[in-house]
Design a protein around this ligand. Structure first.
Ligand code: ARG
Length: 414
């Protein structure tokens, strides 16, 4: 029986060759599914039509694109912003966040077309295979998952030759040997000269950030509004997240803010040099974390800060569809009830800094904080509080401390 396969299609070299290869190798019927998660800012129908035409030329039974930008922003990216999620303290999960939403659409298409299998074009060395396959197994354990690129033994050169031989219209530029993955959260750029972690990223790889040296002379201030932890407006203008991110990329990226250069730990055990540009996402996380500083009660904030790296790792490691991610989201959501307010960001060459924040239900109490006349803090309570706070260690010091206390030396002690 002919196998029917839904392929996660990007329009790039490998997945275009895959459309043809799976048919001729396995006599399969291939449905090419492109999921729009904001790969190309401002991409219009003509852009997608060209990509889909490529799949059809390569022999796809059907080629289609689904616009998942809003769903992606509201059900995946918003959660990560609420969690201030940065893998290894730096990476806002560009690719990691998009795979679970793409997987959902692959399954939906597989059901619609009564497919037997789902295929992706990931290699065996990366994280994305892990994310796709773990997600697909939890969403649709009955579907076979195929990863031909892991086993077909094609080099890049082989793929280019295969495309030429079978008249698959691919535009490959030999002088840009990078692997790029992008969506509304940002761009991830790997390979080429950057495989040497000592080599600085070439300026030409960047598209969403300018060089610091070409930033506008005039600093600029912007105001981000949040509701329950979700960014909802820019300078007072209500803006849905899937539009806010590209808009911020333009504004913040122009100032040369938002580049990340790191060596990260992949799930499969490889250390890899990664370069990202995520001006909008980093600005939003910066602003969000700052708004939390005036809206979260101290102990709640501390506990949340311990869970944030765990949240980022869970997503990075491909466990979006897991009870841990769900439980962490439940906790994080509960922390966000009063994270409503505004943050002022100042943009200057290479910088984006918070210069103000306000929240209607903020916990910052001027009468408690001020050193001026309005001070309402009960100073007389402090002495007793401090004595009891230190009572335990004071007792320990009297009875058990063995180390010599440090006695300050006088001026003439030699
Ligand atoms: N290292 C990043 C991650 O694992 C980016 C992966 C980029 N993917 C790609 N196919 N180029 O999330």
């Amino acid at each position: 029986m002919t196998k029917r396969i839904v392929l996660a299609y990007s329009g790039g070299l490998d997945t275009s060759v895959l459309v043809h290869w799976m048919q001729s190798e396995w006599s399969a019927e291939v449905i090419a599914l492109a999921v729009d998660v904001g790969q190309v800012p401002g991409a219009d129908q003509a852009y997608w039509d060209e990509i889909l035409a490529r799949a059809t030329t390569a022999g796809a039974l059907e080629a289609r694109v689904v616009d998942a930008r809003e769903e992606y922003a509201n059900r995946f990216v918003a959660n990560a912003i609420k969690a201030n999620a940065l893998y290894e303290g730096k990476y806002p999960l560009v690719s990691a966040l998009s795979r679970p939403v793409i997987a959902r659409h692959l399954v939906a298409a597989a059901r619609e077309f009564s497919a037997d299998a789902v295929a992706h074009g990931c290699t065996g060395k990366g994280n994305d295979q892990v994310r796709f396959e773990v997600a697909l197994r939890t969403l649709a354990p009955d579907l076979e998952v195929l990863a031909p690129v892991r086993t077909w033994g094609f080099s890049r050169r082989d793929s280019i030759e295969y495309a030429a031989l079978h008249a698959i219209p691919i535009t490959v530029t030999e002088d840009k040997p990078y692997s790029v993955d992008e969506n509304i959260v940002g761009r991830a750029i790997e390979c080429g000269a950057m495989e040497d972690p000592w080599v600085a990223p070439p300026e030409s790889i960047f598209e969403r950030t300018g060089a610091v040296s070409s930033a506008p002379d005039q600093p600029r201030e912007i105001v981000i509004g949040f509701e329950r932890g979700i960014p909802v407006s820019l300078d007072g203008m209500p803006t849905p997240l899937h539009l806010l991110l590209p808009e911020l990329d333009g504004i913040v990226g122009a100032y040369g803010f938002g580049r990340i250069d790191m060596v990260e730990n992949r799930r499969v055990g490889i250390k890899s040099r990664e370069v990202y540009e995520c001006p909008g996402a980093l600005a939003l996380i910066l602003a969000h974390a700052d708004l939390e500083s005036i809206t979260l009660e101290r102990d709640l904030a501390r506990e949340k800060s311990h869970l944030e790296p765990r949240y980022a790792e869970t997503i990075y490691d491909g466990l979006w569809y897991s009870p841990l991610r769900e439980a962490l989201d439940a906790f994080i959501d509960s922390t966000q009830r009063h994270v409503t307010g505004e943050v002022r960001l100042k943009l200057e060459a290479g910088q984006c800094v918070v210069v103000g924040r306000r929240a209607e239900r903020g916990l910052y109490d001027f009468s408690l904080a001020t050193y001026e006349d309005a001070d309402a803090f009960r100073h007389e309570d402090a002495a007793g509080f401090v004595r009891l706070w230190g009572l335990s260690v004071e007792t320990w010091a009297k009875k058990q401390r063995t180390e010599e206390p440090v006695v300050p030396r006088g001026r003439n002690d030699g």
